[in-house]
Write a protein that binds this ligand. Structure first.
Ligand code: CMP
Length: 139
């Protein structure tokens, strides 16, 4: 099933100029970039994006981190894109991430973990349209 997912290359990765290397992992996995932009999130944008985590102890620190520098937001399309992207990202905590995954290779710690990817079709839909309108997504 051809599906779309939402990706963020996080501030720890953009600070180290890793956008190209991370996008190479993504494209090598057969995921097509159908929309992309580099932005600096506002506090309000980051809080709204991560609202499902608002009661978690790491929420404020996460918002501070996500607004600490630019991020690259993109929409990825391909066969089972959501699961495929989660597989190549690796576990949230890089200490648990499998060899060859993006987080194993680049992430600094459980918070500064280089990438975000949607975890389910409903969250992908919410996250894609949080940052992109339909005119910005190529067919
Ligand atoms: P992400 O996949 O973007 O979803 C929530 C983010 O919160 C996660 O990646 C990490 O950047 C951050 N985070 C920080 N601490 C934790 C934690 N203990 N468990 C899960 N996510 C965490």
């Amino acid at each position: 099933m051809i599906q779309r997912t939402f990706s963020i290359i996080k501030p720890d990765a953009t600070a180290r100029n890793l956008e190209g290397k991370i996008l190479a992992h993504i494209q090598d996995a057969g995921l097509n970039v159908v929309a992309m932009k580099k932005i600096r999130m506002t506090k309000e944008q980051a809080e709204g994006f991560y609202y499902v985590h608002k009661e978690r102890p790491f929420f404020q620190s996460l918002v501070d981190f996500m607004t600490s520098g630019p991020v690259v937001c993109s929409v990825l399309e391909g066969e089972n894109a959501i699961e495929n992207y989660r597989a190549i990202m690796g576990a949230t905590n890089p200490a648990d991430a499998a060899e060859g995954t993006i987080r194993k290779e680049f992430a600094e710690n459980i918070e500064a973990n280089s990438v975000h990817g949607s975890d389910a079709p409903e969250t992908a839909e919410y996250e894609i349209h949080y940052f992109f309108n339909n005119l910005e997504i190529t067919g």
